[in-house]
Ligand binder design. Structure first.
Ligand SMILES: Cc1ncc(COP(=O)(O)O)c(C=O)c1O
Length: 368
C-alpha cells in the first residue's frame, strides 16, 4: 500500500515552490471573524466539552437536513450521520461494503481509491467523458458490481459535471439493478453557473450522499456527513462508533452556531464562487497563452482544471524537472487504477495568487 502522491508532495515542497498540486481552498476566504463569533457564543457552555451522540449533534444534523429539503430532496436529521470529513464517510462505507466490487469513474479521486484498496474493494474503472461517465460502460460494470462511487459535480480531478441526461440515466440503471450509488459531493456548492440536482434525490433509498464543510467553510474542522435512508444510517453508526465514537462535538457546536444565520452562509458561499470563477478563468487564459498545446475545458465550478497535452508527454516524468524549478502539479496517471503514465495534468487554481499562476505556468513551459 503506497501513500498518496499528493500528500507526499505536499510534505516535501518548500515555501518557495508554487503548488498547483493540493486541493487547498483559498485561506483568504475563510470566514474567520464569523467563526470566531460563533465560537465565543458556545465557549462557556459545559455541554460542548462533553461526549456526544455518535451520529452527530441534533442541531447540526437538522441544519444539514434543512438544506437538502429546501433543494427538493426531503431529509430529516435521522437521515444524516456526521463524519470526520467526507474522507471518513468513505472509509465507513468501504468497511460496510468490504470485499465487494465497485464501479468508479476513471480518472477518479485518489483518496477514495486508496480507501477502496485498503478495504479490498475491487475497483472497475469506467471512462469519464465531458458530460459524465460513459453510460454503456457504466451499465456493463454496474450490472455486476451493483455498487458505484461517483463525483457528479465538478469532479476531482477532472472538473467534469454530469449533464441532466446522464444523471437521469444513471438513476435508472441503479434502480434497474437495485444497486447502490455513493455520490460524493464536496464541490457541489462551488458552482459558477447553476447548481445541478443530486442524482441521489432520485434514489433516496438506494444512495449514500456525501457532503463536507471542507471546501465551503474550513477543512481543519474535519466535518462531513452521509445522507442516507434511516435504516442504512443506523447500520453505518456501528462502524462510526468503532472508529472514533463521534466527530468533535466542540467543532460541531461551532458549526451549528455559525449556520444559524443562513443568509450569512449563503453570502459566504457566493463570495467563494465569485473568487474561484475569476481564478479559473485566469488560469485557463494563461494556459492558452503560455502552453496552448495543453488542451482543457474552462472549469464551470469546483477547484480544479484538468487537461492533456496534444502530444504524448509523460507528465509523471516531467514532475521531476518541475520540482527542481519549484513548481508542482499532479500528473494525471495518479488518478487511474493502473497508474500508467499519460499526458494529463490536474491543476488546483484556488490556492495560488494571480502572480503565482502566471509564474508557475511559465516555469512548467520551460520544463517541456
Ligand atoms: C472528491 C473528494 N471527496 C472527498 C474529499 C475529502 O474531503 P474532506 O475529508 O476534507 O471532507 C476530497 C478532498 O479533496 C475530495 O476531493
Amino acid at each position: 500500500m503506497k501513500r498518496s502522491f499528493i500528500r507526499e508532495i505536499l510534505e516535501s515542497i518548500d515555501e518557495e515552490t508554487i503548488s498547483f498540486a493540493g486541493g487547498l481552498p483559498n485561506s483568504n476566504l475563510f470566514p474567520i471573524q464569523d467563526l470566531r463569533n460563533a465560537t465565543l457564543k458556545i465557549l462557556d457552555n459545559p455541554k460542548v466539552y462533553q461526549y456526544t451522540i455518535s451520529n452527530g449533534i441534533n442541531e447540526l444534523r437538522e441544519q444539514i437536513a434543512k438544506r437538502y429539503t429546501k433543494e427538493g430532496f426531503p431529509t430529516t436529521k435521522d437521515n444524516i450521520l456526521i463524519t470526520t470529513g467526507s474522507q471518513q464517510a468513505m472509509y465507513i462505507l468501504a468497511k460496510f461494503f468490504e470485499n465487494k466490487e465497485i464501479t468508479i469513474e476513471e480518472p477518479s479521486y485518489l483518496g477514495a481509491m486508496n480507501i477502496f484498496r485498503l478495504n479490498n474493494l475491487k475497483m472497475d474503472g469506467v471512462k469519464l467523458e465531458d458530460d459524465g461517465i460513459n453510460i454503456e460502460g457504466f451499465e456493463k460494470s454496474f450490472k455486476n458490481s451493483k455498487l458505484a462511487y461517483l463525483i457528479p459535480d465538478f469532479q476531482n480531478p477532472s472538473a467534469t459535471t454530469y449533464s441532466e441526461e446522464k444523471r437521469e440515466e444513471i438513476s435508472k440503471i441503479v434502480e434497474k439493478y437495485d444497486g447502490v450509488l455513493i455520490e460524493d459531493s464536496p464541490y457541489s456548492e462551488l458552482f459558477f453557473e447553476k447548481k445541478m440536482a443530486y442524482i441521489s434525490a432520485k434514489l433516496p433509498k438506494n444512495s449514500f450522499h456525501l457532503g463536507s464543510f471542507s471546501k465551503t467553510l474550513v477543512p481543519s474542522y474535519r466535518i462531513g456527513w452521509i445522507r442516507a435512508d434511516e435504516q442504512k444510517i443506523k447500520s453505518l453508526m456501528i462502524i462510526k462508533e468503532s472508529i472514533d465514537l463521534h466527530s468533535s462535538g466542540f467543532v460541531q457546536y461551532i458549526l451549528a452556531e455559525y449556520l444559524k444565520d443562513e443568509a450569512k452562509y449563503e453570502k459566504h458561499l457566493q463570495s467563494i464562487r465569485d473568487d474561484y470563477k475569476v481564478k479559473a478563468d485566469y488560469f485557463s487564459e494563461q494556459l492558452n497563452l503560455i502552453i496552448p498545446e495543453f488542451k482543457h475545458q474552462k472549469p464551470k465550478g469546483g477547484m480544479f482544471l484538468y487537461g492533456s497535452f496534444k502530444d504524448k508527454i509523460d507528465t509523471f516524468a516531467l514532475i521531476e524537472k518541475c520540482l527542481k524549478k519549484k513548481v508542482v502539479y499532479v500528473p494525471g496517471n495518479q488518478f487511474y487504477i493502473d497508474k500508467i503514465p499519460n499526458s494529463e495534468i490536474r491543476f488546483n487554481y484556488t490556492h495560488s495568487s494571480f502572480e503565482q499562476i502566471e509564474k508557475g505556468i511559465k516555469l512548467i513551459k520551460s520544463c517541456l
